[in-house]
Design a protein around this ligand. Sequence first.
Ligand code: G1P
Length: 298
Amino acid sequence: MSWVDSIPMVTEKEKAVITKAIIPVAGLGTRFLPVTRTVPKALLPVLDKPLIQYAVEDAVEAGITDIAIIEDSRSVGSYFHSMPDLEEKLREGGRDDSADQMVEISDLARITSIKQIEPLGLGHAILLARNFIDDEPFVVILPDEILWGEFSATAQVLDVRDRYGGNVIAVTETSWDDVHTKGIVGGPNVEPTVIAIDQMVEKPPRDEAPSNLAIIGRYALGPDVFEHLSKLRQGAGGEIQLTDAIVDCMEHNNTYGVIVDSARYDAGVPEGMFGATLHQAATNPAMRQMIVDFAAEL
Ligand code: G1P
């Protein structure tokens, strides 16, 4: 009998409201060279907002108030600083809407910037936020993964955590040709869209993948993951992997996958960025018409 045959009760500790998130952004962004020579990938725009803002909004909609951005020397965190001079100029020029938008950005959440000097992997980036998180459960958001739906993807993950406890990860079906590029999970369903994960592996070869359910960058985790991260050595791709630490947690914690009800774009690659841009553009009537006209011409 495996643990999934008798789903345990949610503990008091697991019922704690999650208010902190970690957003790692220090990747080199090689798929977006040459622009990423000087512009961090997280600041690349999807239409009129940068990737990092969509990630922060996803978190804020789920009740997150404090966010640590883990970044290299370039400053993504400063995007959220208040800019009183700019705001004043906009107001002087009668552009109150734009000025209000500037204020909204700096008021979204309390943002802390943590430097990741060496590119040692996602797990390493998360470990750098250990003091920021302290002994609380927390959320991790990977801004490359754009997830749009009626409810924020992070809120959907937190909903499953509220009901089942444990560590919870957003997943989606991916093409079998792509399983070697993602973390992959497997396990029986406890609801049509909730899986009790009993297998999890980072970037497996296709014939070793437990399923085609891919991890897509939203996690709700307990603080014990830090202890496991601190003991890890290099995993897949020579990097310290968050997936491996969550697997180590599985000895003591239940882990669930939730198939989120969201449109998904992998903005870590130009095609995904383009898809996300089209999605956003289609919400604006004038731009939607441009897409339709252009498609007709094609
Ligand atoms: C990371 C995670 C992986 C996940 C992916 C989602 O990989 O390690 O499990 O599937 O994000 O985009 P990365 O793309 O950073 O190599």
